[in-house]
Design a binder for this molecule. Structure first.
Ligand SMILES: Nc1nc2c(c(=O)[nH]1)N[C@H]1C(S)=C(S)[C@@H](COP(=O)(O)O)O[C@H]1N2
Ligand SMILES: [Mo]
Length: 173
């Protein structure tokens, strides 16, 4: 009896607050964005902030596991320093629990990308190149970037197809 009560206290005072502070819960409470929206998550998502979508501005994106990848790509010259959130962190923030997502670009290009890619590799949603925002006339505003130099096996047609630039929406079907 005493033991049971102790367990209850343990849960209420120690474990519950820990759970409440987990990154997922924090992410779930994203307010509507104040800055320009760079990325929208739609479809089967758990955490929304505008209607049934999650809209993210630059600051919100950069708060989700900001990561630097220095790499060349088939579309850029030499090595660039790309920065942005880990793709898996963004999906976690939206509460996405599906096998693949549809990455939609502003030019209507769309790629079906297995979420496993984001766990197998540190794929980022690049929103900065060499310290500057990526312009839409370049590869921006959001560019799905695989770490090509670190994993040369990624330089194949399948991954090229999933390397979407001008990304506007990630849809969980
Ligand atoms: N926004 C956008 N991203 C895109 C595409 C596109 O048309 N629009 N084409 C994809 C495909 S099919 C490939 S192979 C590469 C195209 O690269 P390439 O045209 O330089 O070969 O980018 C991918 N990302
Ligand atoms: Mo392609």
């Amino acid at each position: 009896m005493l033991l049971t009560r102790r367990c209850c206290y343990l849960f209420a005072f120690c474990l519950l607050p820990l759970w409440a502070l987990s990154p997922l819960t924090l992410a779930a409470s994203f307010p509507p964005p104040e800055g320009e929206v760079l990325l929208r998550l739609s479809g089967q998502i758990e955490h929304t902030n505008v209607g049934d979508e999650l809209h993210l501005d630059r600051a919100m994106l950069m708060s989700l596991a900001p990561t630097v990848i220095e790499t060349g790509t088939p579309w850029t010259e030499g090595v660039s320093r790309f920065k942005g959130p880990l793709a898996r962190a963004v999906l976690e923030a939206a509460g996405v629990n599906v096998e693949h997502v549809r990455v939609r670009a502003l030019d209507d290009f769309e790629a079906k990308v297995p979420v496993s890619d984001f766990h197998d590799y540190d794929v980022i949603l690049a929103i900065e190149r060499d310290g500057e925002p990526i312009a839409v006339r370049d590869l921006g505003p959001v560019f799905v970037l695989y770490p090509f130099d670190e994993h040369p096996e990624l330089l194949n047609e399948t991954i090229r197809f999933r390397s979407v630039w001008h990304v506007g929406t990630i849809h969980a079907p």
